[in-house]
Ligand binder design. Structure first.
Ligand code: ARG
Length: 449
């Protein structure tokens, strides 16, 4: 493509080192769409005839078909997807192919392709996130009333329900989706027409090109437009945070599947055995999900580091944007699919949950609240209940069977009424709290959404 200025061919090692075709080939449908929109604008600008446009469009469509069918041989001499397609077009339709690159650079071309690729990925991932929400919602509904200890510091705290616990993840994923939808606004802007860095002396109708490609608007500074990779960094952060959420969910499920907790059972189809220990049923999907989060964080770090300290405008460092981006999208796509399937089939062991939630210590706060309602300041109530818990621990008598009046006369006979799990849960009725009624209302709201 640049043979005029050079008298020696590019060294093999440099080709190997610099090629991006081995991974950017997947931009091809966007590269074709971008080229067709660009060529159409060339017709309007009077630099391409309708007939020439017809040849270019048909040639590009043929190439697109061949790539899709696996009948296209990419070459690293042509470095990237843009040059591979353009070289092949010229091979197929002759000199007219050489007109396509007028008023365009690979710099605005790659920025355009990558934005289109991100837009598609955002739309697909948003759907997959909704699918995972649906799976969680389905399980939340099935186990809406199953009581479960809620934990802080992984120590039993207060009663919740399985439904409430699972809905916490539905909330996280809703924010993840919001973030992607918001990022999409910044992605969906057309850089085409920014040229190498300073536009072109041949002015094409940028708005028309943008419209054809489904962009909402055009970029307003050519130097920024071709060197901006913010949208990739932003997406990789969004993906990393989704990873964090999935990793937390994984850890909860790993705990729930232990003999020690025993709250959940995953399907045989979504667990693996041990080659040595016959009894094992391992939650590998959860563990791999937790592990892949490291990759997602790594990809974010890679792009942030690659763009740091780059002078304006395009520098070849920016070619390093695509592998982390593609890897995070591929990683998340599969992670979301497999987790959705696994959660859909997950069963909750209600007896184990009920047994754990029946620990009267889960209602120690409720006992303090009872004292508060009797007019005792919360700090004093906290201390009195603390004493009762200590007495329960030292005597080995469960808190709900202890003669509380021996701890302090403030505990009248009515105090033991707090040890009813159903009432305790029902009392947690403020917005966001886990009363069964609230949980059911939340499930209805999410189903509607
Ligand atoms: N393969 C390149 C990339 O991904 C395309 C842009 C090349 N531009 C250039 N001036 N060398 O960034």
């Amino acid at each position: 493509m640049w043979k005029g200025r050079f008298s020696k061919a590019t060294a093999d090692l440099v080709q190997q080192f610099g090629e991006s075709i081995s991974y950017d080939w997947r931009l091809y449908p966007h590269d074709v769409a971008g080229s067709i929109a660009h060529a159409r604008a060339q017709v309007t600008a009077g630099i391409l005839t309708q007939d020439e446009f017809g040849q270019i469009e048909a040639g590009l469509r043929e190439i697109e078909k061949d790539i899709a069918a696996g009948n296209f041989e990419f070459s690293i001499e042509n470095e990237d997807i843009h040059m591979n397609i353009e070289a092949e077009l010229t091979k197929r339709i002759g000199a007219t192919g050489g007109k396509l690159h007028t008023a365009r650079s690979r710099n605005d071309q790659v920025a355009t392709d990558t934005r289109l690729y991100c837009r598609t990925a955002i739309d697909e991932l948003t759907l997959l996130l909704s699918g995972l929400q649906n799976a969680l919602l389905n399980r939340a509904e099935r186990y809406a009333e199953t009581v479960l200890p809620g934990y802080t510091h992984l120590q039993r705290g207060q009663p919740v329900t399985v439904g409430h616990h699972l809905l916490a993840y539905v909330e996280m994923i809703a924010r993840d989706k919001d973030r992607l939808v918001d990022a999409r606004k910044r992605v969906n802007v057309s850089p085409l027409g920014s040229g190498a860095l300073a536009g072109s002396t041949i002015n094409l109708d940028r708005e028309a090109i943008a419209k054809e490609l489904g962009f909402d608007s055009v970029t307003t500074n050519s130097m920024d437009a071709i060197s901006d990779r913010d949208y990739i960094a932003e997406l990789l952060f969004d993906f990393a945070l989704i990873g964090a959420h999935l990793s937390r969910l994984s850890e909860d499920l790993i705990l729930w599947c232990t003999s020690e907790f025993g709250f959940a059972t995953l399907s045989d189809a979504h667990t693996t055995g041990s080659s040595l220990m016959p009894q094992k049923k391992n939650p590998d999907v959860c563990e791999i999900t937790r592990g892949k989060t490291g990759r997602l964080y790594g990809n974010l770090t890679a792009i942030l580091t690659a763009i740091k300290g780059l002078p304006l405008t395009y520098n070849r460092d920016l070619q390093e944007d695509k592998e982390p981006l593609f890897d995070s999208i591929d990683t998340l796509t599969l992670t979301l699919k497999v987790n959705t399937e696994m959660i859909t089939a997950m069963e909750i062991n209600e007896d184990k949950c009920q047994a754990a939630a029946s620990d009267p210590l889960l209602l120690a706060t409720d006992l303090a609240d009872w004292l508060v309602k009797e007019g005792i300041p919360f700090r004093s109530a906290h201390e009195l209940v603390g004493k009762a818990v200590a007495a329960s621990v030292s005597s080995g008598t469960p808190l709900d069977q202890l003669d509380l009046s021996e701890v302090d006369p403030a505990f009248t006979a009515d105090a033991s009424s707090v040890f009813d799990l159903k009432t305790a849960l029902a009392a947690r009725s403020n917005p966001g709290a886990p009363s069964i009624e609230n949980v059911k209302a939340q499930i209805a709201r999410w189903k509607n959404a």
